[in-house]
Design a protein around this ligand. Structure first.
Ligand code: GN1
Ligand code: MG
Length: 358
């Protein structure tokens, strides 16, 4: 680590380095220096990202763009350059490393401790979208091709199922059946995009609650992190992925499914916070939000199930059935969303007119 860190322009000499966060894809560390400065060091997953220079160009452009528009320096991530003035370092093994300034006096939650926390995360993701509204989207690289293309995720799933390289399909018969029975809905949002009914925006695309930093004292939103998947996308993706993770009553890998459901109170909080901050949405965009929640959850379940079938190559796991457990919670949430569909729609209708016109 010392060797890696020596390539970055840190203030002080590194004295401590420990694992940080709960991300499933990159490796993340917190580094402290002898003069009390803290940094976040990350090794970027080459399994997930195939154009890391392009990804880093995106992050550099976005963070500079937002930094110029916020007052609190904690309102945006800041990259620490290498001694040669680059945004990342490639080591001898070909691994890519980057360093951010640590967001001081902040907290990052795996689960909302109170509805207000979730509301604040909604404000953070809504703000992020409105901050990037006039960003030149065409200059962004597509860091993961077809990232939220649910039909394409199904295509990959079907391929994995046909290969079934580890014979794991027999442990997941129910989940496979659930996934297949929902395939017909997978293209709903993309069809609307292709028909010109939904606008393409710059979106975060991985809007988990644990990708938001809150002020440790006031618990207000500071900034969003994990910018690897910032790309053109649909508002419904960002809204939906947040609901998927944050409005669930249980952790993503809960094994007791009786504890997993969509909390409608949290759902309402998110709708309120997001709509207050995201800027004007078209009527079709507004109406697409519940479907975003359903499809992002379905898609994530399909991805976990695919990775389970393929031997856990993408998402890091800490037990053999981890990805299957994750797929199960996602499908349980999809089923619950279907059951609560009327109420979910109603909450949106009730909350939308309460927003100030933009
Ligand atoms: C991954 O890195 P992390 O854990 O925030 C994944 C998301 C999934 C999420 C599921 C680049 O996000 O798409 O929704 O796990 N990120 C990537 O928890 O694939
Ligand atoms: Mg993350």
């Amino acid at each position: 680590m010392e060797q890696i860190l020596s390539h970055f322009s840190l203030l002080g000499a590194p004295t401590r380095c420990r694992g940080l966060g709960e991300g499933h894809v990159n490796r993340t560390f917190c580094v402290e220096t002898d003069i009390g400065r803290r940094y976040v060091l990350q090794r970027i997953s080459r399994e997930a990202f195939h154009d890391i220079p392009g990804l880093m160009e995106n992050i550099s452009a976005i963070t500079h763009y937002i930094a110029a528009r916020v007052q609190d320096p904690r309102g945006c991530l800041h990259l620490v350059p290498t001694v040669e003035g680059r945004d990342y370092h490639v080591d001898q093994m070909g691994e890519y490393w980057r360093v951010y300034h640590y967001v001081e006096d902040s907290i990052c939650l795996q689960k909302a401790e109170r509805p207000e926390d979730f509301y604040q995360s909604a404000v953070a993701f809504g703000q992020f979208q409105s901050q990037l509204r006039d960003f030149p989207a065409a200059t962004l690289h597509e860091t993961i091709h077809n990232f939220h293309n649910t039909p394409d995720r199904y295509r990959i799933f079907r391929k994995a199922l046909a290969r079934n390289p580890l014979g794991r399909a027999r442990n997941a018969a129910q989940e496979i059946e659930f996934a297949l029975s929902h395939e017909k809905e997978a293209g709903t949002l993309l069809q609307q995009l292709e028909a010109g009914e939904l606008p393409l925006r710059v979106t975060h695309n991985d809007t988990k609650l644990n990708n938001v930093m809150l002020d440790a004292r006031t618990r207000e939103a500071l900034c969003v992190i994990d910018l690897d998947t910032v790309m053109p996308g649909l508002t419904a993706y960002d809204f939906g992925d947040s609901i998927r993770f944050g409005a669930s009553t249980a952790a993503e890998d809960e094994t007791d499914l009786s504890r997993v459901e969509v909390d409608l109170n949290l759902y309402r909080c998110f709708v309120r916070g997001f709509l207050s901050a995201c800027g004007e949405l078209s009527a079709a965009e507004m109406a697409s939000l519940p479907m975003g929640a359903k499809l992002m959850t379905l898609e994530c379940g399909v991805r976990f199930l695919t990775d389970y079938l393929l031997g856990d190559r993408y998402f890091s796991v800490s037990r053999p059935e981890h990805n299957l457990d994750r797929a199960r919670t996602q499908f349980r949430l999809v089923a619950d969303t279907e059951q609560k569909w009327g109420r979910i729609q109603r909450i949106l209708r009730e909350e939308a007119p309460l927003q100030k016109p933009c």
